[in-house]
Design a protein around this ligand. Sequence first.
Ligand SMILES: [Zn+2]
Length: 178
Amino acid sequence: MNGAKANPYTIVDSTRAKSLWMGLSATIRVCGSSSAICVLEIVIFKTMKTTLADKYFSLFIRIRDAHDGYIGACSTCGRIGNIKNMDCGHFIKRQFSAARFHEQNCHLQCKTCNNFLQGNDNKFKDYITKKHGEKTVLLLEASRRQSVKRTTNDLIQLADYYKKKAIELAKEKGIEIW
Ligand SMILES: [Zn+2]
C-alpha cells in the first residue's frame, strides 16, 4: 500500500489519555503543582498537536481512497460520496494508538458506517482482509495490546508528514486541499 513502509509512526506510542497524563506529570515536576496555567497550556498544546496529526492523516487517507476527483466509495457499504463529506474510518479504533496512524487500518467511510454503525466492523474486517490479507488483520487486531508512547514532537512530525503527503497526492490527482 502507498507509503505504508515510509511511515515511521505506524506502530508506536501510547493512548491519548496516557500522553496527556505524561505531559501533565512532566509539567508538574517542572513548574510545581501551583502552576495551573502552565499545566493547562501544555495539555492544550499536546491535544492540539494530536488533533492536527489526526486532521492531516484523515485528509491523506480520504484523498488516497478517492477514485475520481473528490468521489470515493465507502469501504464498508460501497456508498458513493464526496470525500470532503466522508470520514477516515479506523478498523481498530483511535483509542488504540498503535494503529491510530496505520495506513492499512484506515479507509474511506461514509458517516453512517463510521458513526451510526460504529465503524461497521464486520464489513470493515472483510474489506481489509480482501485488500491487505488476513495476516494484516491479525497484526492490526494484535496492536490493541501494544503499549506505545507518542511525544508532542512525534505528533508535530506526524502532522507535517501527512500534510505534505496529502498535498502531494492531491496535486497528483488534480484536486485542491480543503
Ligand atoms: Zn458506508
